[in-house]
Design a protein around this ligand. Structure first.
Ligand code: ADP
Length: 761
């Protein structure tokens, strides 16, 4: 392994150094060194051989040459084999052992090369041969650190050779002659010099190796530090670049809160050049009269507490123009956790703030408009229902008197027109609720078969009147009972079957109910097929839109408002379903209501028994107190009830009804809701408080109101009322309600209340 020059890469230099100085590395260097030194070695040998040729004889020189060449060949062949076939990782211990043997052989060959002329010529050439041997020893000594065992054996062989040759000469001379002593002394000095010299070389090599190693390690260490520094510097430069070119405003602050650095966007947005901002307090430089002091305080507190904070704040430009920023303030800490600066990253959010406030305003406006619409609808509904109560109620009463055929027809027309008008009001209310997403669907266990049979029986007379065949059929797999909103499903089907009858001059209307199972749900399909006038293809897409009819003259010919289908469609959608229509002009239409409904056990379905009027209750002994400010309605109620009840009293307003109640508690109160002085709900509350303080049982109070929204019903019941009747009221409806409520309270309530002494409130 050739020693490697140091490069620019200290890490790989260190790697090679360590490889070179490992025991295998040193062995490879030993092999390489022996090969490299072959020329100088042979030159020395050749010189020696020439001397021997002249000083001893050519034959002896030849013998020496042969011996040396054999030794060199054995040793170098082995080294060449190692160098060409192995590296530091593959050299084995056995190779080192073999090198010791070949080394010993080569040393022996040199010893033979010396011994032959020594023995052949005697003492004249002895000193020359000793010096020659010293040269060979020195040559080996240079490589001592690379293969200590092999070189030590060489030393021993050379020493033994010299000793043997001296012993031979002493033995031949028979005594220690003067020249022998001189040569022995010379040899000893030579050995001494060799030892010192070889030790010097060895120490020198070791200390060079150590210093090289230390130097290389140092180079690696400093290279690593340099690399880390370069990386840091690159990172810092990149960050500075990002900060400088960021679209956000970036401000660095000292721990004291003073500006230490700003980026380009700061200058662009605020109008201050960096030097104008540096060292300034942003709370002074960048705030204005509209800046929120509390937010500013929060920012200050976060800086004091060394905490992260994000706020929206209004700030001031150099030209005094105020604008909104969203700012994030972050403390920056060093490795010891000590604050060295703060960084604030801010963005102009004036535009989005404006959008937000516009949106807020638009929402408030929309809510206000929706509220105004609801109020308007509620008022309209109330105002129309109140006179309607008079019209419908009175015609109802009129119909029960003896009339001529013509009069009966007139009254019937008034009643049906009243009903139609009421239907329109209800439709408009429903539609506006659906439109505002305020109409609630309340699924309950319901009997689907019963529901559809009752719709068909309600509309049956209309079909009979037009001589149309109306039929209803169920597929076998249609569940009897499902979870659904009974009232709303009835409303949709009445509308669809009603339309089918209305728009079919002759033929039949067939209602077929089928069901498809989808996971846990049944997809119920109610298809209403008629043989009527049909709908032109270009109108089909629009008939679900509000106030839309297929033809302009539909209202004139058939009546209607064009609201029914849009309400039905919205209701179906709200139930998770849909209405699909197919139609062909003059052939007929098919409207299919699809609804996903869960089937339930029949036992869960509530059965409402229709009460029979006055069942279990004798109205003849009943004292009824009516609170009603409207004269027509008073007259109507008097006419409806006078004949049936024992005592009928009227209060003109909310205060009066409370007084009259306390004076003579009735058996039941019929309470209008909108009344002068005190409304019906407040009057009810007063009555309930009085009953409580008097320790009396509660008397039923039934609301009679033109406020027809579901929330009105809830409000009435919450104020303490017992029942709720929507105006316009029909006589039978009223008697039914009284018949249903009164038995629950009388005679137990009556008896209990009557036994109590009257006390002033
Ligand atoms: P209305 O019946 O009060 O006009 P609808 O919303 O219920 O309102 O119906 C909208 C229009 O759709 C009807 O005016 C009519 O033109 C058309 N239409 C609905 N059902 C049928 C049907 N079965 N056959 C033909 N046309 C129909």
């Amino acid at each position: 392994m050739a020693p490697r020059r140091y490069t620019d890469d200290p890490v790989s230099d260190l790697y090679y150094f360590e490889q070179n100085n490992s025991s295998n590395g040193k062995f490879l260097r030993y092999c390489q060194g022996r090969i490299d030194a072959i020329v100088s070695r042979q030159a020395m040998m050749a010189t020696g051989i020439i001397f021997i040729t002249f000083l001893v004889s050519p034959v002896v020189a030849m013998m020496c040459t042969i011996s040396v060449i054999i030794g060199e060949l054995v040793d170098c062949m082995f080294f060449l084999h190692i160098i060409h076939n192995y590296n530091a990782n593959t050299v084995r211990k056995s190779h080192i052992t073999i090198s010791i043997i070949t080394g010993a052989f080569q040393s022996l060959s040199i010893s033979v090369c010396l011994a032959i002329p020594w023995l052949a010529s005697g003492p004249d050439i002895r000193f020359f041969l000793l010096v020659f041997l010293a040269g060979a020893t020195l040559n080996s000594g240079v490589a001592w650190r690379y293969n200590q065992t092999a070189i030590s054996i060489r030393f021993i062989i050379y020493l033994l050779t010299a000793m043997a040759l001296f012993i031979h000469d002493i033995w031949v001379d028979g005594a220690l002659t003067k020249p022998l002593i001189q040569d022995l002394l010379g040899a000893s000095v030579l050995i001494y010099i060799l030892i010192i010299f070889i030790r010097f070389i060895r120490n020198n090599q070791s200390s060079r190796q150590r210093s090289d190693y230390a130097m290389l390690k140092e180079r690696v260490k400093s290279a690593k530090i340099n690399l880390a520094l370069l990386e840091k510097e690159r990172e810092t430069r990149q960050l500075a670049e990002v900060a400088q070119n960021s679209n956000d405003v970036i401000i660095f602050l000292k721990p004291t809160g003073k500006i230490s650095w700003v980026n380009k966007t700061f200058t662009e947005l605020f109008g201050y050049r960096p030097l104008q901002a540096m060292g300034k307090d942003p709370a002074m430089l960048l705030t204005g009269p509209d800046t929120n002091r509390r937010t500013l305080g929060k920012l200050r507190l976060s800086m004091q507490k060394e905490r992260f904070i994000r706020v929206d704040i209004q700030v001031r430009k150099k030209n005094n123009c105020m604008f909104w920023i969203d700012t994030v303030l972050t403390p920056l800490k060093d490795a010891e956790g000590k604050i060295h600066s703060f960084v604030s990253v801010s963005r102009d959010i004036t535009h989005s703030k404006k959008q937000m406030s516009d949106l807020k305003q638009a929402r408030a406006d929309a809510e206000h408009a929706a509220h105004a619409k609801s109020t308007f609808l509620a008022t309209m509904s109330h105002e129309i229902r109140t006179p309607m109560n008079g019209i419908i109620g009175m015609s109802d009463l009129l119909r029960q008197t003896t009339l001529s055929a013509d009069q009966t027809e007139y009254v019937d027309t008034i009643v049906s027109s009243g009903d139609a008008l009421l239907q329109i009001i209800n439709d408009i209310l429903d539609f506006s609720k659906l439109d505002a997403g305020k109409l609630q669907i309340t699924p309950e266990p319901m009997d689907l078969h019963k529901n559809l049979h009752s719709v068909v029986s309600i509309l049956g007379p209309n079909a009979v009147e037009k001589k149309i065949d109306l039929s209803l059929k169920f597929a076998k797999n249609v569940p009897d009972t499902v979870m659904g909103d009974d009232g709303r499903i009835r409303q949709i089907v009445i509308n669809l079957i009603g339309n089918a009858i209305k728009f079919t001059p002759k033929g039949a209307v067939t209602v077929s109910v089928t069901s498809k199972k989808k996971a846990q749900l049944n997809c119920i399909e109610i298809a209403i097929q008629d043989t009527g006038i049909g709908i032109p293809a270009d109108k089909l897409d629009h008939i679900f839109e509000r106030f839309t009819q297929a033809e302009d003259d539909t209202t004139r010919k058939f009546g209607g408002t064009g609201l029914g289908l849009s309400i039905s469609h919205l209701l179906a959608k709200q139930m998770g379903g849909d209405i699909i229509v197919t139609s062909e002009p003059n052939k007929g239409s098919c409207f299919t209501l699809k609804m996903p409904l869960k089937s339930v056990d029949k036992q869960h379905v509530k059965t409402v028994e229709k009460p029979s009027p006055q069942s279990g209750c004798d109205l003849q002994n009943t004292h009824i107190l009516v609170a009603e400010d409207n004269r027509t309605n008073q007259l109507l109620l008097r006419k409806m009830l006078a004949k049936h009840v024992g005592k009928l009293e009227f209060a003109q307003n909310g205060e009066e009804v409370v007084d009259m109640f306390i004076n003579t508690p009735p058996d039941v109160v019929l309470m209008d809701v909108s009344m002068p002085k005190k409304n019906g709900m407040d009057a009810t509350k007063d009555i309930r408080v009085w009953e409580e303080t008097q320790n009396r049982n509660t008397v039923p109070i039934i609301a009679l109101t033109a406020n027809a929204f579901p929330e009105d019903r809830i409000k009435c019941l919450n104020s303490g009322m017992t029942g709720f009747l929507e105006k316009p009221i029909k006589k039978q409806q009223l008697l039914d309600e009284l018949g249903q409520i009164l038995p629950k309270f009388t005679p137990a309530v009556k008896a209990a209340n009557k036994s109590l002494p009257m006390r002033p409130p």
